[in-house]
Ligand binder design. Structure first.
Ligand code: SF4
Ligand code: MSK
Length: 640
């Protein structure tokens, strides 16, 4: 048995000591705690260890006042040196750093969206046999919404026009993005007045890089406003396109049962995990694991079958549409390998820790990368294209089957039984559950049975006890008759504690219990992956349009209690710019600028009608959100 397999640590002094190693303080989940113990026993380093090795973290970086934008620097702002070499002060430096931070997030979601357009293009131009249009009705519906003629036209021909519209949303020649047709008029007027109507996805991203070059935009509020415009291009552009095309290619999600936690791994089967964000690869892996020939091959190697499970947002995509079980969220990705039961992780992009290769090497676990833009040293690269997806998926599954033959069964520990969940609440599914229109939901909001709606979204971060804040906030909100929508890694957190089951209505306030009980749905609805936050934007717009108000007038909010990524910051910023009050469990790296901090948590409210709130305590965060919802209800003339 291989016991020693850890990569070098920074110094021996910084190792987690036995005394400090308290798994109950690291995660709320039994499966995580068991695997943290196993990792410790097997001398395998995890994100929690590395956070400790990195501590204390640099206060200049933490507060955003370290500038590396040119080589007259790097410059750090202090009392002794309040200006960089060029004369930039803390406000300018923080604004530029934050602008570029948001850029990474907007680019990530939107480049995913562009990949989806390329996939749709290959299908409608007949250039792939591997992928088809599972949902032509959605293609026609979206095309018609965007003003493309659909009557008496071939769906592929309409699709080609739609591809053109989507591509042009990335370019520089439009005055506004196509999906702005969904935005309530009052919100669009606000954006026009502020000069932040998003024009082209790539244009706004490139402009942010330009503005934040040395000697360009040296006015922090002006930089932040462009950050809002760029993130709006993500939410109402790149992300929304990714979501809509994924529905066209693989189906619009409908409610279905699935299972969650590390217990979805199977001791006697070949286990394959898919990880990342884009369903284009994972949908093919799903097809391959169901191929009778490959199942027979697995049996010939002594396995009872082939088991596929998801991680992070690729997991969300497969779970929403196909009911594929979810092994875990962001901080479970390393721990899933520690079970010793995983033959293969197939990744696309985003949120994939480089450490997975190293931890995989401590077991028999192989990692396959599939996108040229996301290679990992030490992983095998199987480039997936629209022409070779099925063949590559079969090759990947064969690799996993070979892996089963060398699995060390003595090291396998699958620590828990899986938990049931209900998933698949796309907007179309929600409207379906409501009998065909949003009216029953709006009536419930007016009557105060559902007092408000909050999207809890985002990640894990080892700075928090894993999922404590995600779960506590959701429980507190549903108690207050606030419907929760979950996306991204929060989904797994809430699913693991049973909140994605209809029975969870027993934890809800009386109004929410009555409404969800009558519909047979949970008080927390799973609406998808990170890019699917666009579904929440669309839902807010539909409700606002129905009521004839702005999104900022609605009793809605967003929260990312344990966020870590640039993408989460971009999501938060497009939510705020769309008029949605947004709670964060920890601040972005902006506290070194009073101007930026005050704008984020207060000033933006006067500008765009919403702002950020930063509160690490989830109970206090629930109170803050509840207070906001009360004030919005009163603004609409409703009982608080
Ligand atoms: Fe320093 Fe200014 Fe260069 Fe930043 S842009 S590194 S503050 S000189
Ligand atoms: S995967 S951005 S850790 S939610 Fe979308 Fe999870 Fe956050 Fe990545």
């Amino acid at each position: 048995m291989q016991l020693f397999c850890n990569p070098p640590k920074s110094t021996g002094d910084e190792k987690v000591t036995e005394k400090e190693f308290n798994v109950e303080a690291m995660s709320i989940h039994k499966d995580a705690q068991a695997m943290l113990h196993k990792a410790k026993q097997e001398d395998i380093e995890t994100a929690w260890d590395r956070l400790q090795n990195q501590s204390p973290q640099c206060k200049f970086g933490d507060t955003g006042i370290c500038c590396r934008i040119c080589v007259m620097g790097p410059c750090r702002i202090s009392k002794k040196a309040p200006l960089g070499v060029c004369g930039a002060d803390a406000d300018v430096i923080v604004a530029r750093n934050f602008g570029r931070f948001l850029c990474g997030g907007a680019a990530g979601h939107s480049d995913h969206g562009r990949d989806c357009i390329e996939a749709l293009e290959a299908i409608v131009e007949g250039k792939t046999k591997d992928y088809t249009l599972a949902n032509p009705e959605k293609l026609l519906a979206v095309a018609s919404e965007l003003g493309i003629a659909t009557e008496n036209r071939d769906v592929m021909e309409v699709g080609r026009d739609l591809v053109d519209v989507f591509y042009s949303d990335f370019a520089s020649r439009k005055k506004e993005l196509a999906f702005l047709c969904r935005v309530p008029q009052k919100r669009k007027e606000k954006w026009q007045e502020l000069g932040i109507t998003p024009r082209g996805v790539d244009r706004e991203i490139a402009e942010m890089m330009h503005r934040t070059h040395m000697g360009c935009d040296n006015d922090a509020p002006n930089t932040l406003l462009h950050g809002a415009r760029m993130c709006l291009a993500d939410g109402w552009g790149g992300s929304m396109i990714a979501t809509e095309i994924s529905d066209m290619l693989f189906g619009t999600p409908t409610p279905k049962k699935s299972k969650v936690n590390l217990g979805v791994l199977k001791k006697d089967q070949v286990n394959i995990l898919v990880h990342g964000h884009n369903p284009i690869v994972s949908e093919k892996i799903l097809e391959a694991v169901n191929d009778p020939e490959l199942i027979e091959l697995a049996r010939s190697k002594g396995a009872k079958g082939i088991n596929l499970a998801g991680l992070c947002c690729t997991g969300n995509e497969l779970m929403m549409r196909k009911g594929v079980p979810m092994a875990g969220n962001h901080l479970m990705t390393e721990l899933a390998i520690v079970t010793g039961a995983v033959e293969l992780i197939v990744v696309d992009y985003q949120c994939i820790m480089p450490s997975l290769v190293q931890i995989g090497n401590c077991y028999h676990t192989k990692m396959i990368t599939t996108a040229d833009k996301a290679k990992f040293t030490g992983a095998e690269h199987y480039k997936f294209t629209m022409e070779n997806g099925s063949a590559q998926a079969r090759a990947a599954v064969k690799l996993a089957i070979e892996g089963y033959a060398v699995r060390d069964h003595a090291r396998v520990d699958i620590p828990i039984e899986p938990v049931d969940i209900l998933t698949g609440f796309s907007n179309e599914a929600i409207v379906g559950a409501l009998g065909g229109s949003l009216t029953p939901l709006i009536d419930a909001i007016k009557a105060g049975k559902i007092r408000g709606i909050v999207g809890i979204v985002g990640c894990n971060n080892p700075k928090f006890k894993q999922d404590h804040c995600n779960v506590t906030l959701a429980r507190e909100l549903i108690k207050k008759d606030i419907l929760v929508l979950a996306t991204g890694c929060v989904t797994t957190a809430l699913g693991k504690v049973g909140l994605l089951l209809p029975e969870a209505i027993d934890q809800a306030g009386p109004g929410l219990k009555e409404i969800c009980g009558s519909l047979g749905v949970p008080p927390v609805l799973h609406v998808g992956s990170c890019v699917d936050n666009a579904r929440i934007l669309q839902a807010c717009a539909l409700i606002a349009n129905e009521l004839g108000v702005d999104i900022a007038d609605l009793p809605v909010a967003a929260s990312s209690p344990e966020w870590y990524s640039e993408k989460a910051a971009a999501i938060g910023t497009y939510a705020v710019a769309s008029g949605i009050y947004t709670h964060l469990g920890l601040p972005p790296n902006i506290l070194g600028s009073e101007v930026m901090t005050n704008l984020a948590v207060k000033g933006l409210d006067d500008v765009v009608g919403a702002c950020f709130a930063v509160e690490p305590d989830p109970v206090k965060a629930a109170t803050l959100i509840d207070t906001r919802i009360k004030s919005k209800r009163e603004g609409l003339g409703l009982a608080p």
